[in-house]
Design a protein around this ligand. Sequence first.
Ligand code: SF4
Ligand code: FES
Length: 261
Amino acid sequence: MTTSLVDESRAGGGAELPPIPDGAVMLTVNIQRFNPETDDAPHMESYRVPAQPGDRLLNVLHYIKWYIDGSLVFRRSCAHGVCGSDAMRINGRNRLACKILVKDLLGSNNKAEVTVEPIKGLPLLKDLIVNMEPFFDAYRAVKPFLIAHGNEPSKERIQSQTDRARFDDTTKCILCAACTTSCPVYWAEDAYVGPAAIVNAHRFIFDSRDDAADDRLEILSDSEGVWRCRTTFNCTDVCPRGIQVTKAIQEVKRALMFRRV
Ligand code: SF4
Ligand code: FES
């Protein structure tokens, strides 16, 4: 999975503005800005952007980057809800900028204002970019890969449709961190592994081809593991893939209690 920063060498910040298309509305975009080289603390800056109702918020951020202020930085890669790199707080809620349409931000009279901030709970690096390493450390800690002992099969490892269905939901995770960084427990205690790591542990714990469920359950029974979850459902509410995150966490808790998957 590649994640790229928007290339600053293409920055507009003074480039000739493209013509305003018919049907465009003026969107006020308030963005949290922070430059560690010059700022003591983050602050908000506002931009007025012409946007069509069908534009995605990511298009709007590109417009600002390319035509108004080339110093703005944010992550994005696929622009189609697949890579998970553009999670940010949009009007106070974790979303993917490439999945939010301008028309969904419009109020009465087609007037619109949106606030964009970085996701919470991870160290802020610059503007909308946070350091994702603590998030990926927790992900790696649960061994998110198939571990199978015994004889290597000569062909694929066979699995019934029923067994595959057991963990289908958690295969959809794109590691956007929207769930983990919307969790109040994670905000308070960043040692908590967080919902995304548990989702990715679930994906293998309940895989009939895998032999390391006990190892992962042991890791998640730690004081910073699954028992930290307070079932606030924030994670499920924000997941852009519609994964039943809280349900997956409950299933892992149950597996721990009964040591049976
Ligand atoms: S479970 Fe959903 S919100 Fe959490 S990291 Fe995966 S895709 Fe993102
Ligand atoms: S840019 Fe890839 S998910 Fe939004």
